[in-house]
Write a protein that binds this ligand. Structure first.
Ligand SMILES: [Ca+2]
Length: 485
């Protein structure tokens, strides 16, 4: 300022320069400068329940960073994923399509197991994907953390680039690997190393709340007053929350916080002991920090919803969705009316990025961007779920094979059509009362809609997504980490 006062002539020049730069040539004065496309960070937890956020009312859990994210953005209370287990849920989020369109019905297992379930061995690389769409309009795309959209390094399995991902560090997936302990650090490093103005899309798919639970000692110390099961789970959730805080802090430190959409969700509801026949109280040798804590400690909260992981009831498929978008998404908002689903993420994020999805794309979701901008929105199309195979110890009549949500009605139907169960989620959030007998017309209409939807699905996987038969292994391989989805 002193220099300008000492040199008024220079000040005039600078003022004119500033004026010209601000307003530009007269001919373009009516055209505002195009806004920079927002960066997108999608933090996706593994088996974290709707009620595992302290801000959702679970008093024995602490999630200060997620609570802050909710305060800084919109907390959608009616978000659904499209499967109660890992692989198909993630496929829906990535493609914006129901996972049964790719014959992905439950968590990927070995090729032999996939055959018994009528499944592919990996997500078809010809499938449309959110990162590929964003890549086409100039985004740099990256995936850090769990993938699990295939059965591993099988002959013919695609590489990450085939799905439109420029850079990756994953477990349960192809390409450069990391351990689950390295996920957060790898994501933070990606953000710290940002050097250009190129917009980026970053998946940070975090592991903590999937078995085996391995909380830090520091977090265990935070919850000494809880009973051992809750202590382990609360410490695990607290660790997951801490990683969210590290990612948010990295965005702030990198100076990109204000133009970055941050999403947080979970791929399915919390695991539970009731469907785990081997769950038992721990023996003295269990539960060390190194070995981790097993099924007995799966006491995550659905927040009062019925069912848990692997169930099509809301406790299995309703998970948190927090959306922070500074200056766009109204901070501190709870949206408990918009039914948002994982297949809506692709069209909504594409719209947020200012792009139009390709005309040939046939998604199952809706562009619900207005809901992120704080406007009341109701989806216009029903939601369908389909599971088969996996979690074999859950009777299908308990889990359901098909489900459909239309407005506030949710119908569960067995594959052969012999059983139907109807709930009104507007008046019965916990799905405590089957009202199918009172509403046979609605049951009939929704069963017909499920049948019509089933007719649009392939009956066998694309042969290009099935690994060639291999000789049987000489000995049993140990199960992959987190392979249950
Ligand atoms: Ca999962």
């Amino acid at each position: 300022m002193r220099a300008l006062i000492a040199a008024p002539g220079l000040a005039v020049v600078l003022l004119i320069s500033w004026w010209a730069a601000w307003w530009g040539p007269v001919a373009s004065a009516a055209e505002p400068p195009p806004a920079a496309p927002p960066n997108i960070v999608f933090i996706y937890a593994d088996d974290m329940g709707w009620g595992d956020l302290a801000c959702h009312g679970t008093s024995w859990l602490k999630t200060p960073n997620l609570d802050r994210l909710a305060r800084d953005g919109i907390d959608f209370h009616q978000f659904n994923v499209l499967s109660p287990v890992c692989s198909p849920s993630r496929v829906a989020a990535l493609t914006g399509q129901f996972p049964s369109r790719y014959c992905i019905y439950t968590a990927f297992g070995s090729p032999e197991t996939n055959r018994t379930r009528g499944m592919a061995d990996w997500l078809d690389p010809q499938a449309p994907t959110l990162p590929r769409f964003l890549q086409s309009v100039g985004y740099r795309t990256a995936h850090v953390g769990k993938w699990h959209m295939g059965s591993g390094d099988l002959p013919g399995a695609p590489v990450m680039a085939a799905y439109g991902i420029d850079e990756s560090m994953v477990y349960h997936g192809p390409g450069p690997r990391l351990s689950k302990w390295q996920v957060t650090g790898s994501a933070v490093k990606f953000i710290e190393n940002l050097q250009s103005k190129q917009p980026f899309f970053l998946n940070v798919w975090i592991p903590q709340t999937h078995l085996v639970l391995q909380p830090s000692q520091a977090s265990m110390d935070q919850f000494q007053d809880l009973d051992p099961r809750r202590q382990v789970y609360a410490a695990t959730v607290y660790d997951a929350d801490h990683t969210v805080g590290r990612v948010l802090e990295a965005l702030r430190a990198a100076g990109v916080e204000d133009n970055t959409i941050v999403l947080f969700s979970s791929d399915n509801g919390p695991a539970g002991v009731e469907w785990q026949p081997k769950a038992r109280p721990p023996r003295p040798e269990d539960g060390t920090m190194e070995k981790g804590f097993g099924k007995y400690y799966s006491v995550g909260s659905t927040g009062g919803l019925r069912g848990r992981k692997a169930h099509l009831y809301e406790g299995g498929v309703r998970t948190p969705l927090l959306v922070r978008w500074p200056g766009k998404a109204p901070a501190g908002t709870i949206n408990d009316t918009t039914v948002f689903t994982a297949v809506d993420l692709l069209p909504t994020l594409c719209a947020a990025a200012g792009m139009t999805v390709p005309a040939a794309y046939r998604g199952d979701g809706e562009n619900l961007l207005p809901a992120w901008l704080g406007e009341p929105v109701r989806r216009t199309t029903p939601i369908f779920w389909h599971v088969q195979g996996g979690a074999a110890n859950i009777p299908s009549e308990k889990r359901g094979n098909y489900a459909m949500r239309d407005g506030d009605w949710k119908l569960y139907a067995s594959g052969d059509g012999s059983r139907a169960e109807l709930h009104d989620l507007a008046t019965d959030r916990s799905e405590s009362k089957d009202v199918s007998q009172q509403h046979p017309d609605i049951v009939s209409r929704m069963k017909a809609a499920i049948s019509a939807w089933k007719a649009t699905l392939p009956d066998k996987p694309n042969p290009a997504c099935v690994a060639p038969a291999m000789p049987p292994p000489r000995k049993q391989e140990p199960a992959q980490e987190g392979a249950s989805g």
